[in-house]
Design a protein around this ligand. Structure first.
Ligand code: HEM
Length: 403
C-alpha cells in the first residue's frame, strides 16, 4: 500500500472519517512530515502523552502567534514558572467550592433554555441550546446582567473569527476584545471595592505569594475564557448528544442517573473529542524514530488519533460507555496509563491541561439530565455526520422533533 501523503489529511473523505488515515499513520508513519503546515505530526497515544507531559522540551509559545494579536498575552502561551504563577492565581476559581457555588447558575442557564423550548415541536438543539448554554454560563459566572448576553455572543464570535484569520478579521477581533474590556472595567472596579460570590471577584481578589493579575491581564484572561470555554463546550455537548440521539438505547441508558451520563460523556470525549490537534514548539533538539528534530521546530500532536489508538483502547472506533479500559469520570491532569486503564486526552494533559474541565462536565450533566432527557422522545429529523474543520471535529446541527 502506498504511504500516507499530506494531501490524504485534506480530502473530504478524511474530514468526514479520519480514523482509517490516523490508524495507518500510527501503524506505519508514527512521525509524519506535514509539508503544507511545516510541522511534524505525532499520532500514537504514548507519543502524544510524552509531548504533553514534558513542558520543558515542548513549549506552548506557538500560541503567541495565534492568540496574542486578539487577546493580548494570556497564560496559554506561557511555559515554566511564569505559567505556573498565573495558573495558580486563577485555577482555584474553577474547581472545588467555587465550582459548587456555580451549580445553581448553570441550572438557571439550563432552565432558561428549557423554558424557551417549551411547546415547540421541532428545533435545532445547536441553535437553541448548545451554542447558547456555555456563554450563558460564563456570563452568569462573571456576574454580567442578562441584557449583556447578546453583546457577549457578538464579541465572542468576532474574537473567534479573528484567531489565525485575515488581518481585517484580527483587527475586528482586537476591537471586540477592547469593547469587552470597556464593559469589564466598571465591574472590576465594583468587585475590587465590594467582592461578591462570582468569578470576577475571585479573579480580582486572588493572590499567590503577594502576586495578583493586573487589570490588563484580567481582561485578556476573560476574553480568552470566552474562546476557551464557549465553543469547546458547545461542540462537546453537540458531539455527546449526537451519539445519544443516533442510538436511542444510549439515551435510554442515561436515564439511569448521573453516573451513566458521566460514563457516556467520558466515552464521547474519547471517541469524539472536539479538539483534535494541538501545537507545541521544541525548546531543544529531540529525537523521534531515529530522526533528529531541531530546537524551534513545530510539532503537531493528534489528540483524536491518540484517543482511538488500539494500543490503549480495544475496539477504539466504537462508542462503548461500558468499556473497562477508559478512566471514567473526572480526569487527571497528567493522565493515567496503568493496569489496562487509560485516560482520554480531550482536555489535553500536563501543565496546560484544561482549566474548565470540571465546569464543562457540570454543564454537560446539568443540560443532559435537565433538558435532553426531559424532552418527550426526541428524534433526529435529518441524520448528521461529524466533520473536521481546522483543529476541531463536530456535527454542524442537531435538528430534532419531539412529542
Ligand atoms: C468540553 C469542553 C472543553 C474542551 C474539550 C476543552 C479542551 C481544552 C484543551 C484541549 C486544552 C489544552 C490546550 C493546550 O494544551 O494547548 C484546554 C485548555 C484550557 N481550557 Fe478548556 N476545554 C473545554 C472547556 C473549557 C471551559 C468550560 C473553560 C472555562 C470556562 C476552559 C478553560 C480553559 C483554559 C483557561 C485553558 C488553558 C489552560 C492553560 O493554558 O494552562 N475550557 N481546554
Amino acid at each position: 500500500m502506498r504511504k500516507v501523503e499530506p494531501a490524504d489529511l485534506r480530502t473530504e473523505e478524511f474530514m468526514r472519517n479520519p480514523f482509517p488515515v490516523w490508524r495507518r499513520l500510527r501503524e506505519e508513519q508514527p512521525l509524519f512530515w506535514d509539508e503544507p503546515s511545516g510541522m511534524w505530526l505525532l499520532t500514537r497515544y504514548d507519543d502524544v502523552m510524552k509531548v504533553l507531559g514534558d513542558g520543558a522540551v515542548y513549549s506552548a509559545r506557538t500560541y503567541q502567534e495565534r492568540f496574542r494579536p486578539v487577546f493580548g498575552r494570556t497564560l496559554a502561551e506561557l511555559d515554566g514558572p511564569r505559567h505556573i504563577r498565573e495558573r495558580t492565581i486563577v485555577a482555584p476559581a474553577f474547581v472545588g467550592k467555587a465550582l459548587e457555588s456555580y451549580r445553581p447558575l448553570i441550572a438557571a442557564a439550563v432552565g432558561r433554555l428549557r423554558d424557551a423550548l417549551h411547546g415547540r415541536g421541532e428545533f435545532d438543539l445547536v441553535d437553541t441550546v448548545t451554542s447558547r448554554l456555555p456563554l450563558g454560563t460564563i456570563s452568569n459566572l462573571l456576574g454580567f446582567d442578562e441584557d449583556k448576553l447578546d453583546m457577549l455572543f457578538e464579541v465572542g464570535t468576532t474574537m473567534l473569527a479573528g484567531l489565525g484569520g485575515t488581518p481585517e478579521a484580527q483587527a475586528r477581533a482586537r476591537e471586540a476584545h477592547f469593547r469587552l474590556a470597556g464593559h469589564l472595567e466598571p465591574i472590576l472596579e465594583d468587585r475590587a471595592a465590594s467582592p461578591r460570590d462570582d468569578l470576577i471577584s475571585k479573579i480580582v481578589g486572588a493572590e499567590v505569594e503577594g502576586d495578583s493579575l493586573s487589570r490588563e491581564e484580567i481582561c485578556s484572561f476573560i476574553s480568552f475564557l470566552l474562546a476557551a470555554g464557549g465553543p469547546t463546550t458547545d461542540m462537546a455537548i453537540r458531539n455527546f448528544w449526537w451519539a445519544l440521539l443516533e442510538d436511542p438505547s444510549r439515551l435510554e441508558a442515561c436515564r439511569g442517573g448521573e453516573e451513566q451520563i458521566q460514563r457516556a460523556f467520558s466515552e464521547s470525549l474519547r471517541r469524539d473529542g472536539a479538539i483534535v490537534y494541538e501545537d507545541r514548539r521544541t525548546n531543544v533538539e529531540t529525537e523521534w524514530y531515529g530522526r533528529t528534530i531541531p530546537a524551534d521546530t513545530d510539532v503537531m500532536i493528534c489528540l483524536g488519533s491518540a484517543n482511538t489508538d488500539d494500543q490503549a483502547f480495544s475496539h477504539p472506533e466504537e462508542f462503548d460507555p461500558d468499556r473497562t479500559d477508559l478512566l471514567m469520570g473526572v480526569e487527571r491532569k497528567y493522565g493515567i496509563r496503568e493496569g489496562g486503564v487509560s485516560g482520554h486526552m480531550a482536555f489535553g494533559l500536563g501543565s496546560h491541561f484544561c482549566m474548565g474541565y470540571q465546569l464543562a462536565r457540570a454543564e454537560v450533566v446539568a443540560a443532559t439530565s435537565q433538558l435532553l432527557l426531559d424532552l418527550p422522545s426526541p428524534r433526529v429529523r435529518e441524520p448528521q455526520g461529524f466533520r473536521i474543520n481546522f483543529y476541531e471535529r463536530t456535527v454542524p446541527a442537531l435538528p430534532v422533533s419531539v412529542g
